[in-house]
Ligand binder design. Structure first.
Ligand code: NAD
Ligand code: GLY
Length: 368
């Protein structure tokens, strides 16, 4: 397949998202975006698979690498400190480049280190999970978790290029691949009814790992995300739509303990809760909610939250959501499939009803 490019328009800070095969083995491609010394940040799972080929592709560029422990439970300030240690002990100055080679966890931590190291250095994303290719590597959100809340410490720091190499997805475990599909489906829910219908028709092909289908899903997802983020980089308005399902989902991730439920799995159950809330608020129809649940189920994603997260836990974590202003929870709700809104003026009773509905089984009641 020929490499496709989606540009994200930030004026002089615009950058390309390259979507193609064997991008991480092409000598010279990465170097076009590297300044100074290159620090490749990866983890102990990805390093044996792809680190050497990325270092090789950098040719004579002075370079070093740091291999971090794998897992959402390590996405914290202590782990980011190890990147600073590597940069300092290898004599990297403010003219250097940090390269993230990994999924969203590595991308968020490497990006955060690039935002902070010597007040900001050049940054490149090489996303190696589907989720990172369609979402986390694009748009400049970086950061780490805090025991009291997901992604609570962070910065906006845009990369200068994103290399989404379809070839590296071949080693991605199925569970991780499906978790990435949750964020792909999210774009259909919030912005693009036609893409949602395409996903309904092509879910089997995606699950069979058809490269052309995956590349289409990655490209359309990146186009949608690039347009939303270019219009609202710092999430003062419409960018919040990208958080459909996330207020519920982040509560699931934090409530279960980071890493127990994958981010995409938690977002899938969170989107079902968002669909339920949208129906209660008189927005989408019950049949559209069922259609949404059916697509998530077809992707083999959870359509119910885990029984371990009770109503009080949901409320506790949801009140710490970054979209909360003056104690008021803001939720992303659907007017229809393909059209989302940010809502703060929903009836609080309806949120209680949604939480009761999805946590009733904890009190020993049958789920309805
Ligand atoms: P992840 O980074 O933990 O990667 C999933 C697993 O797959 C890990 O074990 C990883 O080592 C392994 N892996 C990665 N690439 C592989 C490959 N090619 N072959 C084999 N194994 C591979 O998880 P994720 O789903 O990519 O990212 C989730 C994170 O992204 C969460 O922390 C979430 O908060 C964050 N996120 C950030 C944004 C953003 O805008 N910054 C958006 C969405 C999600
Ligand atoms: N993943 C949500 C955002 O980038 O805004």
């Amino acid at each position: 397949m020929t490499t496709q490019i989606v540009d994200i328009d930030f004026g002089p800070r615009s950058y390309p998202i390259m979507i193609g095969e064997n991008l991480t083995t092409q000598n010279g491609l990465l170097n076009q975006y590297v300044q100074g010394k290159a620090m490749v940040v990866t983890n102990e799972t990805i390093a044996p698979l792809y680190l050497q080929q990325v270092l090789d592709s950098l040719g004579n560029t002075p370079k070093a690498s740091v291999v971090l422990p794998d897992g959402e439970e390590h996405k914290n300030v202590e782990t980011v400190d190890r990147i600073y240690d590597a940069l300092l002990s290898n004599g990297f100055d403010r003219g250097c480049t940090v390269i993230a080679l990994g999924g969203g966890v590595i991308g968020d931590m490497a990006g955060f280190s690039a935002a902070c190291y010597q007040r900001g250095v050049n940054f490149i994303q090489i996303p190696t999970t589907l989720l990172a290719q369609v979402d986390s590597s694009v748009g400049g959100k970086t950061g780490v978790n805090h025991p009291m809340g997901k992604n609570m410490i962070g910065a906006f720091h845009q990369p200068v290029a994103v290399l989404a190499d379809m070839s590296v997805l071949s080693t991605l475990p199925d569970r991780e691949f499906k978790a990435g599909l949750a964020e792909v489906i999210k774009y259909g829910f919030i912005i693009d009814a036609e893409f949602f219908a395409w996903l309904e028709e092509n879910m089997t092909s995606l699950l069979d790992r058809n490269t052309a289908s995956i590349a289409h899903a990655v490209k359309r997802s990146c186009e949608i995300k690039a347009a939303v983020v270019a219009a609202d980089e710092y999430e003062r308005g419409q960018r919040a739509l990208l958080n459909f399902g996330h207020t519920f989902g982040h509560a699931i991730e934090a409530g279960m303990g980071y890493g127990v439920w994958l981010h995409g799995e938690a977002i899938s159950a969170g989107m079902v809760m968002g669909l339920d809330m949208s129906v209660r608020c008189g927005m989408i129809t019950e049949s559209d909610k069922e259609r949404g649940c059916a697509l998530l189920a077809a992707a083999d994603l959870p359509v119910l939250p885990p029984s371990e997260v009770d109503k009080a836990m949901f409320e506790r974590y949801m009140l710490r959501d970054k979209k909360v202003i003056d104690g008021q929870i803001r939720l992303i709700l659907l007017e229809s499939i393909g059209q989302a809104v940010v809502s703060a003026d929903f009836d609080a009773e309806k949120l209680h009803n949604t939480l009761d509905h999805f946590t009733a089984h904890i009190a020993g009641h049958e789920q309805t």
